[in-house]
Design a protein around this ligand. Structure first.
Ligand code: GCW
Length: 632
């Protein structure tokens, strides 16, 4: 009997400790004492805050005080004599303050804090298709199971209810306040009444958590849906259709956020199909949304249309600079952090230097399309902070992040990829936070507060992006990925039937003399798009930072670099270092076994083995290939 009991105990203990990552960073302790919560206001949002505190806060009393004198969403935490007061300008601020208090409890102790979000727009971009596939998604299928949403009755399946609730809690806990539900390569069908009624069900569920719904739209929607014979933005039937559509949406969803648009890019329709400008297109949509206070987020990720043949990284500036000042005031230009496409390292996108009169927001990619997808441990906060070191956060009106969320139990595929979702939200709230601080608090909440674990894994996370750059494409190399899926290396990639801008050989230009893309004034002149001093610094081989060397310069194989070694030798050094870093992560993780539940420990251990194999493959393929030019 005794034996049986202890077996049972063991079974229960291991069941408790087995974790699938579905709790994300919201693994609050279970020993809450049921705090007393007093609020001077009532709403569904306050009910959520109260519930979270009662279930998870281990202090005695919390007061939630709405003070309309404060700015919306901002809040303060004050603690005195064992009593905590959260003061905020609105109910959402009180909810954010609630999650902050719980975070403090899990990460070292409750303390006073006053904070306001840097941006009013902190938005996830889901690249989810209506057929439930996710473009560049590596964590299963879409969490928006449209079939399981009943738009007529306003209900969702059990699975959807739980998933959506956890999604909202997670986002609210890090201050994300917007969600674009569908892929920028958008199906017109999302705007049919059937889908809009389903969207309304989601919007209703998101609302108490302070999350607004936005939709990506297909520019040709009225025509594809059969309502008009053209999608010309200056045609009155088209403008009228969009106005009526906006009215319909706001009838259903009064706080609808607005539209995100990818137009005349990679085969998507747009105003250019009718010889109209991006401003013509954006302003037509903006006019439809304006009476409802909606916005248009218009993407600048446009190439190959009007500027065919021009260096791809220059095309956004060429296209949008002449249009600056011509956009309606509820249009925001949304640009990727780099001028090419979410590479492991790019110099910042010079569009942020060139647009002066149009509000801008940055688009970061949380999903690791080009950084090992959901199989590599790569912490992205240092990459985003690098971007902010060139583009002042003050310049922006908002931040968008391409989500890495899918319907797998653990949400993001790799347990450590959750950190990138978390870091995105934290930085969108406060871009001054350090990557270390974010990693630290994420590790504590997601795994354990043990110092040895936090220090070791904090270091691994912090160095992981540089390691990825080293084993994939160091010294400014870029886009040498395999075609289409962008996972492994294919430096010799060339397909005559593809646009040249999709071919790796276009980007590295290796020959017997050297390697790299001459983008200086001696080449394409891309350096001229940058503000000073960067324009000058990048233009000269002597002053160009070595991490951007082959991005801006075609460099001789035996060029002497700062450490006295040649370019070719340095390439080897970087590739080797990338591989040895991942080997080191594998060793570190072996020592982390005592701190992590068996399920997650094994999952990460297996993934790190894959990452090490992949890193070796990258090094071997790239050094073999480039070595054949370098004569090595
Ligand atoms: O990076 C590329 C991706 C495409 C994506 C496109 C974009 C949504 O490979 O899958 O399409 O960028 O950002 O529009």
């Amino acid at each position: 009997m005794k034996h049986l009991l202890s077996l049972l105990f063991l079974f229960i203990a291991s069941a408790i400790h087995a974790e699938d990552g579905s709790q994300l960073w919201l693994r609050y302790g279970t020993n809450a004492k049921s705090a007393t919560v007093i609020a001077n206001t009532a709403s569904p949002t306050i009910a959520i805050a109260t519930d979270e505190l009662r279930q998870h806060f281990r202090g005695a009393t919390v007061s939630l005080l709405k003070d309309r004198a404060l700015q919306p969403e901002a809040f303060a935490v004050n603690t005195a004599d064992g009593k905590v007061t959260i003061t905020a300008g609105d109910d959402f601020g009180l909810l954010y303050g609630t999650y902050e208090l719980l975070r403090q409890q899990e990460t070292g102790g409750v303390h006073n804090l006053q904070t306001a979000p840097k941006y009013p727009l902190r938005v996830l971009n889901h690249w989810d298709n209506l057929d439930l596939s996710v473009e560049r998604g590596y964590a299963g299928k879409s969490i928006w199971r449209w079939e399981e949403i009943d738009g007529q009755n306003g209900t969702m399946s059990e699975w959807m209810q739980q998933r959506v609730r956890q999604y909202c809690r997670a986002n609210a806990s890090i201050g994300i306040n917007g969600s674009v539900l569908n892929n920028v390569n958008a199906s017109p069908n999302i705007l049919t009444t059937d889908y809009l009624m389903k969207v309304k069900v989601l919007a209703d569920a998101f609302r108490p958590y302070g999350i607004r719904v936005y939709l990506s739209i297909n520019f040709a929607s009225p025509m594809v849906l059969g309502a008009t014979t053209t999608a010309d933005p200056l045609d009155s039937s088209v403008a009228k259709w969009w106005c009526a559509k906006a009215d319909e949406i706001y009838q259903l969803i009064p706080d609808f956020g607005g539209f995100l648009v990818k137009a005349n890019s990679e085969g998507q329709p747009g105003p250019g199909d009718y010889h109209r400008t991006h401003a013509d297109g954006a302003n037509m949509l903006a006019a439809a949304l304006k009476p409802h206070k909606g916005i248009v987020m218009w993407r600048s990720f446009v190439y190959g249309a009007n500027h065919k043949g021009e260096d791809r990284v220059m095309q956004a500036v060429s296209e949008f600079k002449p249009m600056d000042g011509k956009f309606a005031d509820n249009v925001i230009l949304q640009s990727k952090n780099g001028p090419l496409d979410f590479q492991p390292r790019e110099p910042y996108a010079p569009i942020f230097d060139n647009i002066k009169k149009t509000p801008q927001m940055a688009e970061l990619q949380i999903t690791q399309e080009y950084l090992g997808q959901s199989l590599h441990l790569v912490y992205l906060a240092p990459m985003w902070k690098e971007f902010f070191s060139f583009v002042s956060p003050d310049l922006l009106k908002g931040i968008a992040g391409v989500a890495n969320i899918g319907d797998t139990d653990g949400w993001c595929g790799h347990p450590f990829s959750q950190a990138n979702w978390y870091a995105f939200g934290r930085l969108a709230w406060n871009p001054d936070m350090t990557s270390e601080a974010i990693a630290n608090e994420w590790l504590q909440q997601t795994f354990t507060g043990e110092k040895a674990f936090i220090e070791a894994m904090g270091e691994v996370m912090m160095s992981s992006r540089e390691a990825c750059v080293d084993y994939m494409m160091p010294l400014g190399l870029h886009h040498i990925f395999k075609f289409d899926h962008h996972y492994g290396p294919e430096p010799d990639g060339f397909k005559a039937e593809y646009p040249i801008e999709w071919c790796p050989v276009y980007y590295h230009k290796a020959d017997k003399d050297g390697v790299g893309f001459e983008r200086t004034t001696k080449g394409t002149g891309a350096t001229k798009q940058y503000r000073q001093p960067y324009s000058k610094i990048y233009d000269s081989l002597e002053t160009c930072p070595e991490e951007y060397l082959l991005w801006f310069h075609h460099v001789a194989w035996d060029f002497k670099m700062k450490n006295g070694k040649t370019l070719w030798q340095n390439l080897q050094v970087h590739y080797d270092r990338g591989v040895s870093e991942v080997a080191r992560y594998c060793d570190v993780w072996q020592q982390m076994r005592p701190y992590v539940d068996a399920a997650r420990w094994q999952h990460v251990a297996d993934l790190l083995d894959t990452q090490l194999d992949n890193a070796r493959e990258w090094r071997n393929v790239c050094l073999n290939y480039f070595g054949s030019f370098a004569g090595k």
